[in-house]
Design a binder for this molecule. Structure first.
Ligand code: SF4
Ligand code: SF4
Length: 342
């Protein structure tokens, strides 16, 4: 599909057109921070952000999500009947999503929607009703290592459109039919715009200095990796606070609970995390990951070995670097992967 051009001074018009049929969200400046906000136009959009602190995963997998409602009243004809929660009422557009975050959703698609038996309707509904327009990274940050883990600063996977910032205009790469419909009114890109975007891509890829290797992890048996002596050390500093998992775009553990007030209740799922002692606690009192070492090992083994084994080599990490920036005791995923690969 041919690339298009969107002048930044036409963005208000572009967003207004999108808003006729969808709610539009984008990373926007709020005080000192850039966070995902609903936007009415171009005002406040941040063109220089590196990564939002929290990933946009809660657009598809909210921190707390009501799945169904029920009434307990035995004498009410509606009582004891579970009612599914309404699905997303209106389409959405997520503008300026970084390529690593878009790639993370493609990884999670493989987990939430696998086959008829494992088809998470809450996830699938939101994915189907959302258009993702990415924004390529021209200046990756020092903690980014996306190009080592099946991604990259101008990566296009998981998006309908990809914008490349050329200064006063955006080169618009049209990647899907949904993207084609959304960009139908835009003029075609000129050869000079294409050349400039290619230059920016090469420069961004060259600027990623952080790298990890996975070749030996791939070649090793699961149990060899599981039994490496490195795990005795790696877990020591960890507080099991869960920050790394909450900020991670690919972490997706949850817990389901019934909340009841009077005779009415709702079934909700909440983000949970494998670093928590309670997460694997059985009703019998037995806990298969009762030690901190077991839980820390689980996080890294899941991302870099279990997911690749089960999902044809896909990796459960997109190299966004958030966990490196946010861990209060400076545990660095790149160093752990290097040790797994040594
Ligand atoms: S953020 Fe750091 S300290 Fe907290 S659970 Fe993750 S690795 Fe452990
Ligand atoms: S593990 Fe860390 S670097 Fe990898 S995707 Fe999650 S937050 Fe980003």
């Amino acid at each position: 599909m041919a690339d298009k051009i969107l002048a930044k001074d036409k963005l208000d018009e572009f967003i207004a057109k999108l808003r006729e049929e969808a709610d539009v969200y984008a990373p926007a400046r709020v005080g000192a921070k850039t966070t995902w906000q609903e936007v009415n136009g171009a005002e406040g959009l941040d063109w220089d952000f590196t990564n939002t602190e929290m990933s946009p995963k809660d657009f598809f997998f909210p921190q707390t999500e009501c799945m169904m409602r029920f009434k307990n009243a035995k004498d009410d004809p509606e009582g004891m009947i579970m009612k599914a929660e309404e699905l997303l009422p209106r389409s959405r557009v997520l503008l300026n999503m970084r390529p690593c975050d878009a790639k993370a959703f493609q990884v999670l698609d493989m987990i939430f929607v696998q086959d008829e038996m494992t088809d998470d309707v809450y996830w699938r509904d939101k994915r189907e009703k959302t258009l993702v327009a990415g924004l390529a990274c021209n200046e990756p940050c020092p903690t980014c290592f996306c190009s080592s883990v099946n991604c990259g600063p101008h990566h296009q996977v998981g998006m309908d459109l990809l914008f490349v910032d050329l200064g006063d205009k955006l080169l618009v790469k049209v990647l899907t039919e949904k993207g084609e419909a959304a960009s139908a009114d835009l003029p075609p890109a000129a050869a000079a715009d294409e050349a400039k975007a290619a230059e920016l891509k090469a420069a961004a890829e060259a600027a990623i200095s952080s790298k990890v290797s996975l070749d030996k992890i791939n070649a090793r048996e699961v149990l060899d990796l599981y039994n490496l002596p490195m795990w005795d050390k790696v877990h020591e500093a960890c507080l099991n606070c869960g920050t790394c998992t909450f900020v991670c775009p690919t972490c997706h553990c949850f817990d389901i609970q019934d909340e009841v007030q009077g005779q009415e209740g709702r079934r909700v799922r909440n983000w949970d995390y494998c670093m928590s002692w309670l997460f694997t606690m059985h009703g019998t009192g037995h806990n298969p990951r009762g030690k901190k070492k077991d839980r820390v090992r689980q996080r890294f083994m899941h991302k870099f070995k279990y997911i690749p084994v089960k999902r044809d080599g896909e990796i459960g990490c997109v190299g966004c670097g958030r966990c490196i920036q946010m861990c209060p005791v400076n545990i660095d995923v790149r160093q752990v992967v290097d040790q797994m690969n040594s």
